[in-house]
Design a protein around this ligand. Structure first.
Ligand code: NI
Length: 181
């Protein structure tokens, strides 16, 4: 089932998600993870955090190098956490399914060591650089109520916010019922 992806400036994107506990892992959570993957592939994207579909749990799905013609390597991560971050890098032209029509270079750590749990509650460890590292940092930010636009210059952010508000005003006008006389 496809889920609705919340769009900036929805205040729910600013909420801090709570950790998943073993009792949370049931059919409902597995279904949520499946639906999030389906939604991510449909959008399309390479990562999606539960926060973005209005669920306040520390759950993310990722697939860095999938293609339309079959190759899929979905990851479902519970409680992903950066245990070490090293170096500085620029994540080029980063975008987000919750921040429509915008990309920007984002300063990020170069390498991250990430620990998470699987749906079977196994401990997973990742040593990530480049796209994988940036994706982990982006998705974990979502769980803390942060967006990539928080990490760019105020000037660029304000320009985007102004453009987005204008776009929302136009959409509101277009969707309002025309007056009939
Ligand atoms: Ni995002």
């Amino acid at each position: 089932m496809l889920l609705e992806v919340l769009q900036f400036p929805d205040p729910r994107l600013r909420e801090v998600a709570r950790p998943v506990v073993p009792e949370d892992v049931n059919d409902e959570l597995r279904k949520l993870a499946d639906d999030m993957l389906e939604t991510m592939y449909d959008e399309p994207g390479i990562g999606l955090a539960a926060t973005q579909v209005g669920v306040g749990l520390r759950l993310v799905v990722m697939d860095l190098d999938w293609s339309d013609d079959g190759e899929r390597n979905p990851r479902v991560l519970l409680n992903p956490e950066i245990v070490r971050a090293e170096g500085r890098a620029t994540s080029p032209a980063e975008g987000c399914l919750s921040v429509p029509d915008f990309n920007a270079d984002v300063p990020r750590a170069e390498r991250v060591i990430v620990r998470a749990r699987s749906l079977d509650w196994e401990e997973l460890d990742f040593d990530a650089t480049e796209l994988e590292s940036f994706c982990f940092q982006h998705e974990i930010d979502h769980l803390d109520g942060k967006l990539f636009i928080d990490r760019i210059s105020r000037l660029k952010r304000d320009l985007y916010i102004r453009r987005r508000k204008k776009q929302l005003r136009v959409e509101a006008r277009e969707s309002s019922t025309p007056s009939t006389y």
